[in-house]
Design a protein around this ligand. Structure first.
Ligand code: NAD
Length: 356
């Protein structure tokens, strides 16, 4: 197949890890006979420096035309001045909005070889393989907010429409059908009206998926069960703010930020794929960043935007094999394992993909 991929490496370790994701995608391209056309564009701090805006019009146009967007990370101390109105993160928010990406998927799979990196006991983590689907473009983060009574009060408002809830709910159920067929919808229906609507819509959508097991769970209970029995979850779907908090909690199950990929999807197949970590300016350009989250994001790109399930699984297997062979970047290296650079890690994964 032929596909166009927009590459937005961004700032800090973004370019370091994206280079390795592309190396692995090129190995997929060669081994399976596909043609992937990569076009690079500016975003974040790098774009502010070059053209004065974190999301140049050219970049958004390129992403709209592409089949998928491979994203690194944005931000860093250079652009951190709170008095400046233009910030690198606006590039990512603008992309999500501009591309209509309303469902953020964060898979968390605990590799048995890396269990020691988590603060949770291995027997609790064993078998954990879940995805949190977070609603990304609605809710309290986008509601009316302000101050009142001479600055002695403040308010933020949460609004959801049935349309917004239904489309993310369907994304979660469709995903569950590709996995272990279990959906947990998370809300605060005992208190919030938005959550009561969320639960009504979730329960209605669930009837269209009789092959998928379905449950509702309150967000406080979910936060508890995530660290008590994480392996019991398959797909968790929730609104924007709850998802923001639960995805960070879930990411800690895997131990390292350098291991976790994400996908942001909207209508159609186009999506944006990025590691969940930030630009890690403390280690940028030193060849020590872990590129596996970016490489696993490339695997999600193959699966969800290009429909190449075998190729996606091959990349994920190659990552497992490289870890089994004992290769680790600085964030995960131990006395019993072999330390490799960012580039060497990418080369090992690419070599295994090429070998098939
Ligand atoms: P961070 O994720 O960049 O780094 C947190 C810690 O994890 C650091 O010690 C870093 O060295 C380490 N780390 C992160 N990714 C790693 C990797 N792949 N390999 C090895 N170690 C890794 O978070 P932060 O320090 O809070 O933020 C740094 C900058 O990134 C800020 O400007 C922030 O706004 C931005 N940020 C961007 C995104 C994004 O682009 N999606 C997300 C989060 C933070």
């Amino acid at each position: 197949m032929q596909a166009h991929i927009a590459v937005l490496a961004g700032d800090g370790i973004g370019p370091d890890v994206v280079a390795e994701a592309i190396r692995v995608l090129e190995a997929v391209e060669a081994h399976y006979g596909h043609q992937l056309l990569f076009t690079r564009a500016l975003v974040g701090g790098a774009a502010i420096d070059a053209v004065g805006t974190p999301l140049p019009e050219d970049t958004l146009t390129l992403c709209r035309k592409a089949d998928a967007v491979l994203f690194g990370a944005v931000g860093g101390p250079k652009w951190d001045d709170p008095t400046k109105p233009i910030r690198p993160e606006q590039g990512l928010l603008g992309l999500r909005k501009g591309l209509g990406l309303y469902a953020n998927l964060r898979p968390v799979r605990v590799n048995p070889l890396l269990m020691g990196a988590s603060t949770i006991k291995p027997k609790v983590l064993s078998g954990t393989d879940l995805v949190v689907v977070r609603e990304l473009t609605g809710g309290i983060y986008f509601g009316v907010r302000g101050r009142g009574d001479n600055n002695t009060s403040a308010y933020d408002t949460m609004t959801y429409t049935t349309h917004e809830i239904e489309r993310v709910m369907r994304a979660a159920f469709e995903l569950a059908r590709m996995r272990r067929k279990h959906v947990t919808s998370v809300d605060k229906a005992n208190v919030l009206e938005c959550s009561r609507l969320w639960r009504e819509v979730a329960t209605r959508v669930a009837r269209d998926y009789p092959d998928v097991q379905f449950e509702n769970l309150l967000v406080d209970a979910c936060a508890m069960h995530l660290i008590r029995r994480p392996s019991s979850f398959d797909v968790i779907v929730t609104e924007n703010m709850f998802g923001d908090i639960l995805t960070d909690e879930a990411s800690m199950l895997a131990g390292s930020m350098g291991m976790l990929p994400s996908a942001s999807l909207g209508e159609g197949k186009r999506g944006l794929y990025e590691p969940i970590h930030g630009s890690a300016p403390d280690i940028a350009g030193q060849g020590i960043a872990n590129p596996l989250a970016a490489i696993l994001s490339a695997a999600l790109l193959l699966r969800y935007s290009l429909g190449l399930e075998d190729e996606a699984a091959a990349v994920e297997q190659a990552v497992d094999q490289v870890l089994e062979a004992g290769y680790r970047t600085a964030d995960l290296v131990t006395d019993q394992t072999t330390r490799v650079t960012t580039r060497e890690m990418g080369e090992h994964v690419a070599a295994l993909v090429t070998r098939g």
